[in-house]
Design a protein around this ligand. Structure first.
Ligand SMILES: [Zn+2]
Length: 296
């Protein structure tokens, strides 16, 4: 059975935040119609939409990420409503005044399982004490992981809406994750998209820290930064350095009606099979590892 470690929960609150940032006074409905995306409706309705989509694709469980800071409640509603299917992750800005309280509430009261940091987006280095404060809260709660976006970062919906994305890519360095992971050896860390262009650094970090995992999500377009690299060779190298037990399949699916991105599953499955990866290892990558880290 498949578990997807990386999906975005584009809730009504998510679109409201983007609308506020754009400051043109659009309603969520207007924004969605401009994007030609479905209006997500209530968190309950969006959660049900996701579960129906997972059912249609034979996906057992998925991590759903609240994709703006402050949207913890939407994914909490979803993950409570479908506790056996959806695992709630939340984006946190460690520079927010209430970052510590928010993290504590999300993890301890709402039961969210993934603290997601985007250092390049929020301009907070991983060495900042404010990061350490929130990571410590995650470390105190078994079954929780810290997700750190590294490498190249582009947020398609921001581009589509003409919102600026002043990201400082220097801050998304997997070696910074290694420093944190060494300090909290019992806490699983996830670096998405194989490091999104910082593949070598992500491998170095994971080779040094047995608690660092890589997710395989997205179209992995970063592959074009290295001449000759293919998805098959990325998998082969990642498995030889970190092993199949620390790779988490993901798609980075986000909006409807596009829904779950089966094509990304198919291309990863093809790459693994072409690379001769044994079925038992593929089972770990496509779901076993996720279920071990985020036991239901
Ligand atoms: Zn993503």
């Amino acid at each position: 059975m498949i578990s997807d470690a990386h999906c975005h929960f584009f809730s009504t609150a998510f679109f409201s935040t983007l609308s506020r940032q754009r400051a043109k006074g659009d309603t969520v409905q207007q924004l969605c119609s401009e994007l030609q995306w479905e209006d997500p409706g209530s968190p309950e309705a969006l959660a049900d939409r996701w579960v129906a989509e997972l059912d249609a694709n034979g996906v057992r469980r998925a991590a759903v990420i609240a994709s703006v800071p402050g949207d913890e409640q939407s994914v909490a509603t979803a993950s409570t409503r479908h506790a056996d299917r959806l695992v709630g992750f939340f984006m946190l800005d460690p520079a927010a005044n209430d970052a510590v309280d928010r993290t504590r509430h999300a993890i301890e009261d709402l039961g969210l399982r993934g603290l997601c940091l985007f250092p390049a987006m929020h301009h907070v280095p991983l060495t900042d004490s404010r990061v350490q404060q929130v990571v410590e809260i995650a470390a105190a709660r078994p079954g929780t992981a810290v997700f750190v976006h590294c490498g190249v970062l582009s947020v398609g919906v921001r581009r589509k809406l003409g919102l600026p994305s002043k990201f400082d890519l220097r801050l998304g360095d997997p070696l910074g994750v290694a420093r944190l992971a060494l300090a909290y050896p019992g806490l699983p860390f996830v670096i998405p998209h194989f490091g999104a262009g910082m593949f070598r650094e992500a491998l170095m970090a994971a080779d040094t820290c047995p608690n660092i995992h890589l997710d395989t999500s997205s179209s992995n377009n970063w592959i074009r930064y290295t001449p000759g690299l293919t998805l098959e060779s990325v998998f082969r190298t990642a498995i030889s350095v970190v092993g199949a037990r620390r790779l988490l399949f993901g798609t980075d699916s986000s909006f409807f009606p596009r829904g779950w991105q089966r094509g990304l599953y198919d291309s990863q499955k093809t790459a693994l099979t072409a690379g001769g990866v044994p079925a038992a290892d593929q089972d770990l990558i496509f779901g076993g590892n996720f279920d071990r880290i985020f036991a239901a």
